[in-house]
Design a protein around this ligand. Structure first.
Ligand SMILES: *[C@@H]1O[C@H](CO)[C@@H](O)[C@H](O)[C@H]1NC(C)=O
Ligand SMILES: *[C@@H]1O[C@H](CO)[C@@H](O)[C@H](O)[C@H]1NC(C)=O
Ligand SMILES: *[C@@H]1O[C@H](CO)[C@@H](O)[C@H](O)[C@H]1NC(C)=O
Ligand SMILES: *[C@@H]1O[C@H](CO)[C@@H](O)[C@H](O)[C@H]1NC(C)=O
Length: 809
């Protein structure tokens, strides 16, 4: 790679004249003195690199532009203008920060994997594409579906909360070069005077993330398409070269997974085939999200024609050892020391130590400072965060600040340490470490006491269910709902105005109370057995609790792309978590007082609160999780004291949090399940603990789910009866209550009573009648009352019909 300086020769810098000028001129004249070309303000080459950057913009500009376009409220040109402005400001920002390897083509109107599908012309037949450059209509039809064809499937991007569009491939796909986006963006940046590194999803990763299209055998070998895909990559690469690109980056993050040797060989073959088109180019192969397993490391570092390798040194705990054991001579190491997955300021001194160690191994000229992965997994810019105080802000770095950190590290490595910047960073880190806002000795002690011990309710689930039944006296096939009821415009207005102090607390409480009363009366009319209060006071499952717990902070614009135009704004857990006062008891006991039927207390579980937040990096995840578990435990016990006998603790994200690598999964499940049990270990046998899971594919973790030891589990099951029931058919012993969702709340369709009864009947073939519950598959907050009322009425009717049938059988 060309690491020659493009600016000023060192000899001139050391010249006495220049030195004199620096020393003796007052700062103001230094400003007007133009010693260097504008391109670089430093004297030594800065080897700095950014893997990728958020696309949405600091205020989600892209989201709003996309949605306006989709709604027909703005033109394609208007959307393209917003996009071009965002790209240009991002490039300029990295350029002026001094970054050497600035990425392009990391922008996307939807998703970078879908961009690759477009580049390869791999459009599924149902979208009626007839060749030619792929435009917005075909592109967005693939992403979102249209009236005639459903969207392509979306799934999680590794272990992040980003979701990509899964390519659908088969033996008959005719690949062709159908989107010139990478070249266009390279040229666009070049026109601004910025030479960028075009980024492509690597060919092997692309195929490994695909699935066989409909009608194609499930066992179809996707890697067999490599020979058809590579010619397109060659075309793209040669066009990039012709446009003037001197470096390209191929992202091959699948190298961090547990791959077998056949899959690894595909990398060797693919890059051998691409080698000739690589000539004259610096080719960086980038990995991220974990360390590369040893075997894959050998394959990676032997790839033909590649001049640099990128590693995640934040999550890749073993990468350092691999590099020490051997790194190819004269190749570049892109050292991802700045965390792209979190919002914390880098420990610059520690990173510098790591980098110096690496420099000792690979040599000064071969080391490039980088981010651990694309910065799209963190928030965009801290600069206008008005809700965070200055102290807290000094502990944080969003994408824009991380770019500056990367640059500061590379300058320091080149002997140009910005002492002021480094000492400000050290001071911020020290203040975080010693801050009483972060450390709460009592919480630390309580959480430490949990480690190594087990927490289980004293009585087994069968005996508990008996005790609960004596108290609750429920019919067989009891009916319930998952928690929320429709959230009306009026409710949102009330919450908003209360938050903005436009209405008084009394007014607010009265409005919410009225709503709860309405929901309670409705459920009584419908004759539901176990009621909920409907959650009108809650905006969100995690934020609602985070706002009442200590140790949490909230941003105004800390958005992270989840998929397409959708973003999430995770709370920041910065300190030891405790619960200053009860969070839900007021509303739950008010709701219970309105009915003689059991009212469920509704809580979010510790694993879900942890997983949907930006988490501390100064203690292990499980420690933070145990702290949250203790706070929820207090709440559970307060609810019980207030006379709530059924308490649901949602763990929507338990499976979601599963680590990428199999070797780490057992440890995770152990502490995650333990955390859940901690929340309810202290309740009486007669208190019934429910939990809810938003997914049905849990066959692989069923034993952990059973180990949670809840009394009743309700599960999303709308589209996959068979998958869920097969676990139990295979003989897994299960004694607790279970409520597989009997209808899909994600669809506005109203299921008939017969249809619901049919589904419950199918479940009864596999599960005992005395453990089965009847409920929808998720909360109802996204639905409208005209859908919810008849659907629930049919659900209750189905349960009653079956009870009669079972009773007379
Ligand atoms: C759906 O998208 C395809 C591909 O763009 C197009 O041919 C078709 O007309 C679209 N259908 C509707 C109803 O918009
Ligand atoms: C929860 O954690 C997992 C694993 O890190 C991740 O895949 C998932 O996206 C997280 N969920 C959210 C909402 O961040
Ligand atoms: C921050 O706010 C200032 C003043 O409103 C504005 O000019 C600037 O563009 C904002 N920066 C970002 C990154 O939002
Ligand atoms: C559960 O506990 C009860 C009462 O303590 C006991 O009789 C029963 O055998 C236990 N069942 C199992 C499966 O351990």
């Amino acid at each position: 790679m060309d690491t020659k300086r493009t600016t000023l020769p060192l000899s001139l810098i050391n010249s006495p004249i220049l030195l004199f000028l620096f020393v003796h001129l007052p700062p103001s004249s230094l400003l007007s003195f133009p010693p260097f070309p504008a391109r670089r303000s430093s004297i030594t080459e800065m080897a700095s690199h950014i893997v990728g950057y958020p696309r949405m913009g600091p205020k989600r500009e892209l989201k709003f532009a996309l949605e306006a376009f989709w709604d027909g409220k703005s033109s394609a040109e208007e959307l393209q203008k917003v996009a071009a402005d965002l790209r240009s400001s991002i490039w300029k920002q990295m350029f002026s920060a001094g970054i050497k390897y600035i990425p392009s083509n990391t922008f996307s109107y939807y998703d970078q994997v879908l961009d690759t599908t477009a580049m390869l012309g791999a459009v599924p037949d149902r979208y009626g594409w007839n060749g030619g450059e792929i435009g917005f209509d075909v592109f967005f039809s693939m992403a979102r579906g249209n009236a005639s064809s459903p969207a392509m499937e979306m799934t999680k991007w590794f272990d992040t909360n980003y979701h990509y569009i899964v390519p659908e491939l088969g033996p008959d796909v005719k690949f062709s070069y159908a989107s010139h986006k990478a070249v266009n963006e390279y040229q666009e940046a070049k026109a601004l005077g910025i030479d960028t590194v075009p980024v492509l999803v690597g060919p092997v990763t692309y195929l490994l993330l695909s699935k066989p299209s409909k009608g194609v055998d499930k066992t179809f070998d996707l890697l067999s398409l490599l020979d058809k895909v590579l010619p397109i990559y060659k075309e793209v690469i040669s066009e990039l070269k012709a446009a003037g690109a001197s470096s390209i980056q191929l992202d091959e993050p699948t190298l961090v997974l547990d791959l077998d040797s056949t899959k690894l060989k595909a990398f060797t073959d693919a890059y051998a085939s691409l080698e000739s088109s690589f000539s004259g180019l610096n080719v960086i192969v980038e990995t991220y999200f974990a360390d590369v397993p040893a075997e894959a490391y050998n394959v990676l570092t032997s790839l033909s024609g590649v001049s640099g390798f990128g590693f995640d040194l934040v999550r890749g705990s073993k990468t350092m050892d691999l590099i020490k054991a051997g790194f190819p001579k004269d190749k570049h190491l892109f050292a991802g020391v700045v965390d792209g997955r979190n919002i914390w300021a880098n420990d610059l001194a520690a990173s510098l130590t790591t980098l110096s160690a690496l420099e000792g191994i690979v040599g000064k000229d071969n080391l490039v400072v980088s981010t651990s992965c694309s910065l799209m997994h963190t928030a965009v810019d801290l600069v206008n965060e008005t809700k965070l105080d200055e102290e807290l802000k000094s502990w944080l770095a969003f994408a824009a600040q991380k770019v500056v950190e990367v640059n500061a590290l590379s300058k320091a490595l080149a002997g140009q340490k910005d002492e002021a910047f480094f000492s400000a960073n050290a001071a911020a880190l020290a203040s975080r470490k010693s801050s009483p806002r972060v450390t709460n000795q009592a919480v630390q002690k309580a959480a430490a006491a949990l480690k190594g011990s087990d927490h289980r309710r004293a009585t087994n689930v069968t005996a508990r269910l008996d005790a609960q039944q004596k108290m609750l006296n429920l019919p067989i096939l009891p009916t319930t709902t998952i928690g929320s009821f429709p959230q009306t415009v009026e409710l949102r207005r009330v919450r908003r105005e209360y938050k903005a102090k436009k209405i008084s607390e009394d007014e607010y409480v009265n409005s919410i109370k009225e709503e709860i009363n309405k929901v309670v009366k409705l459920q009584e009319e419908l004759d539901i057995d176990v009621l909920v209060h409907g959650e009108p006071e809650r905006n969100d499952m995690v934020e609602y609790f985070g706002e009442q717990l200590s140790g949490f902070a909230f941003t105004v614009n800390g958005w992270v792309q989840s998929y397409g135009s959708r973003c999430v704004k995770p709370p920041i857990i910065y300190g030891d978590v405790s619960r200053p006062k009860a969070m839900t008891v007021f509303w739950s006991s008010m709701a219970q007082s309105m009915t003689s039927r059991p009212m469920k207390g509704m809580l979010t579980g510790p694993v879900t609160i942890l997983n949907w937040s930006f988490v501390r990096n100064d203690q292990p995840r499980f420690e933070t999780c145990y702290q949250i578990a203790l706070a929820i435990k207090d709440e559970v016990e307060d609810l019980e004291k207030a006379g709530i006998n059924v308490i649901q603790i949602d763990e929507a994200a338990l499976r979601e949090g599963l680590p990428l690598r199999k070797s780490e999964q057992a440890f995770y499940l152990e502490w995650a399940v333990h955390s859940f049990r901690i929340t309810n270990v202290g309740v009486k046998d007669t208190t019934q603990i429910h939990t809810h899971m938003c997914y049905s594919h849990f066959n692989d973790i069923i034993h952990s789910i059973i180990d949670m030891d809840a009394d009743v589990i309700t599960i999303e099951n709308s589209r996959s009866d068979e998958k869920l029931l097969s676990v139990f058919r295979e003989g897994v012993k299960y004694g607790a209550g279970i409520g597989p969702g009997v209808y899909d709340i994600h669809s506005p369709r109203i299921p008939t009573a017969d249809e619901i009864a049919d589904r419950v009947d199918k479940m009864l073939a596999v599960l005992e009648k005395n453990i089965l519950w009847v409920n929808p598959d998720c909360g109802l907050k996204t639905r409208k009352y005209p859908e919810v009322k008849p659907a629930l009425s049919n659900m209750v009717e189905a349960a009653k019909v079956l009870r009669t049938k079972l009773g007379s059988a």
